[in-house]
Write a protein of this length. Sequence first.
Lengths: 337, 283, 319
Amino acid sequence: MSFVWKRLLGTVPSLMGVIVLTFFISHALPGDPAAFFAGPAANAASITNIRTTLGLDRPLPEQFLHYVNELVHGNLGHSLTTGQPVLTDLVERLPASLELSAFALLFAVGLALPLGVWAATRVNGPVDHACRALVTVSAAFPTFFVGLLLVYIFYFLLGWAPQPLGRLNEIAFSPPPHVTGAYTVDALIAGDWVVFRATLSQLVLPAISLGLFALAPIARITRAAMLEALSSDFVRTARASGLPVGKILITYAFRNVLLPISSVLGMVFSFLLGSNVLIEQVFGWQGVGAYAVSAVIASDYAAVQGFVLMMAMLYVLLNLAVDIFAAFIDPRVRFEG
Amino acid sequence: MSLVALARNTGYAFGENRLTLAAVIILALLALCAIFGPSVAPFDPLTTSATTKLAPPSALHLFGTDALGRDILSRVIVAARLDLGMAISAVALSFVVGLALGSLAGYFGGWTDRIVGRAMDTIMAFPLFVLAMGIVVALGNSVANIIIATMIINLPFYCRFARAEVNVRRDLGYVEAARMGGNGPVRVLLNHIIPNILPPMMVQASLNMGWAILNAAGLSFIGLGVRPPTPEWGIMVSEGASFIISGEWWAFMFPGAALVLAVFCFNMLGDGLRDLLDPRRRV
Amino acid sequence: MAQLEIDNLSVEFRTRHGVVRALEGVTLSVARGEILGVVGESGSGKSVTAYTVMALNDEAAEIKSGRITMGGIDLLAARPDAMRELRGREMAMIFQSPRTALHPIRKVGKQIEDVLREHAGLPSRDLKRAAIAALARVRIPDPERRAEAYPFELSGGMCQRVMIAMALACSPSVLIADEPTTGLDVTTQAVIMDLIRDMSRSARMSTLLITHDLGLAGEYCDRIAVMHAGHVVEIAPTETLLDHPAHPYTRQLLAATPVPESRIESLNAIPGQLPDLRSELPPCRFSGRCERRQPICDEGELPWTELSPTHRVRCRFPR
């Protein structure tokens, strides 16, 4: 348990760094922050007004303290486009993005792990070649292009996928009662199978598009680590002890692959949180990514800053979770603290 | 490695790996498009035409035309300059700055290492694409700022690599000898250590190029940096996206395919270089 | 009565660089309660012999001829799943570098339980107790606590005891020890070897001890087989081999083993190198390095010479 506390404390410098960097980006870079916060329709008077209101004429350290103070009170400013507090906007839309990323991760891991393991057990076989080809090719496709391609093939050409209107076809269905914000979960809680299936069908294409790029590093490391484990001394001992094949594969070989995989997850999460923006744009998904894009186009500065801050905080927490998971599966990590 | 040996090894590596050779050839073609684009393109990429809007691929317009009647093939060819240019500039800047910072951190250790390390950790604490978005919005919506943003998010990659490599070599015999010879630290770094870490760093750079292209394209896809009517693959995909559901696939497909091709070839090049220069790292 | 018999075993490996004739005409036997030492340089085929007995060879291995029987069972004719059942139960193997030979992130007690669960037919609730008992049998102090340890928390000697415990958990009739003490410090070596000898005797196991250390073999083995380049060149009871070595290679090995009184300048190396096992090989694979070489050594098949009922040499000019 002390390990968890240590790791938790270890995130503090990262969080501080995030706050400092976001402040720096918004307040200390060339360009007039007051003009940004005032918006594109502002004139000289309103800009000066904003400047005094936001305390942007004060010395930088004072501004920073004010900024941190605001953050602690959950005040991320107001959105120009929605008029609401940015925090409210973000919290409203976050479940949609999290649901999408979760399914994308599920797809990526669910496909990459078996593929990597199978490829490693039959080296140079057809599955191995397919695995390596998939890894190489999927690493070259821009996420947004994959999304559009899948829409073209599966919606327009084949008609298998529903229209990419977002999370739910609001004409035919209404969203389930809000519990978590994730439509799939809420539909299950409400026992509403129809809406559950409808939501799921809307999730398929965007989740696959988002997850495809994440597939490559996970499959590659699974295959490599599995190969190494299978040719290791301890697997040879397990074979010499006459242990069954399944036990050797899973308990002996695969258990040792979990650590390398978790070390790759950091990069995967960075990608998922970032590319979420692109996929939400392609599929009209009502998540924080789409919110950020419209904020960017409208120069809604507070909203963009709030988005960046929230994503960074989320990322730090996710990395913490991965660290703790790594310590859980590998006692040597706990030992080294 | 002597030049003769390098040439022989290159021939061997490429002979062994036809794919890498093909990738290099295609990249050379793309580079030609980037350099000579406007002269090679059959049509003016900016000329609109109301009569030939969204025409499918034909003998005249090999890639079809877009919503404003512009020839897509020409736009794809001319766009190579911007896409490759942005990526190469960003990677080159990251490379140089990362090499400098990482070398100093790896050589001197102590506070230099700690400060540089903290700075890099702070950058890495963000999902990188999100950070790039924030930087571009803060600095202003322009191509130059896309390059700067891409440079910043790529920095930790090179910085950490350089730091590790310099750290390993700092106490080796030949470096010690150079120090004994009275060379100051900067000279030791520039003349002795850095030339030795350049090859593996070049491998990292070519592996990184693909990612830089995708990042820049992603930013322009959501409307940052490049503004219409400038031809650029990311923004062309975005422009063509709305026509998919009505079946006009050529508007988004060809610029997207160009992106895939460029990234794929850079990845192959990177793999080939790595096999050539450091086969131990093959995975 | 011989528990383990290897008769005229020849094994080849198909590799990218050609066919490696790793073993040729290897004949050995180990009786119950006997410790047979297999001695030779690296690459002489000692480990390949062991792996072939255990059916642990790489896929590239091809058994060209020979028979291996254990307690009457024809091992080479056995199906893979039959072999898997025998491994760990009737025949066991321990390896060098014990810490890397154990699952790095699984408690050692659990690893022993894995073997017991598969072969011992015990109900689940007895597994833990049986594992602790196995650890106690190899004289590990405080076995209940040690069973909860991970390999990285144990010393090299301790890890080797765990491996021995795993190997002997189901009381096999054959034990193969492949360089079990290489990499351990000298005191621990002695302790481990004493343990192996004691367990071997008390359980009346047939033990094959593979080592490059002639001194170790001399100390602990009843009989010694000397291997060179995939051939067994001499087999004899230990004292006979050490006092009256017949094969020129054995003589040179003995001469090369440093004694405390020897001086560095006078260390005797064996001339030449192991022949390339991919190339065309003469009938006697030592002839290239042999002082007694005659033209007839390169002709025909190399025969066994029986110097006494217990002492056999594969040489035309023994002694």
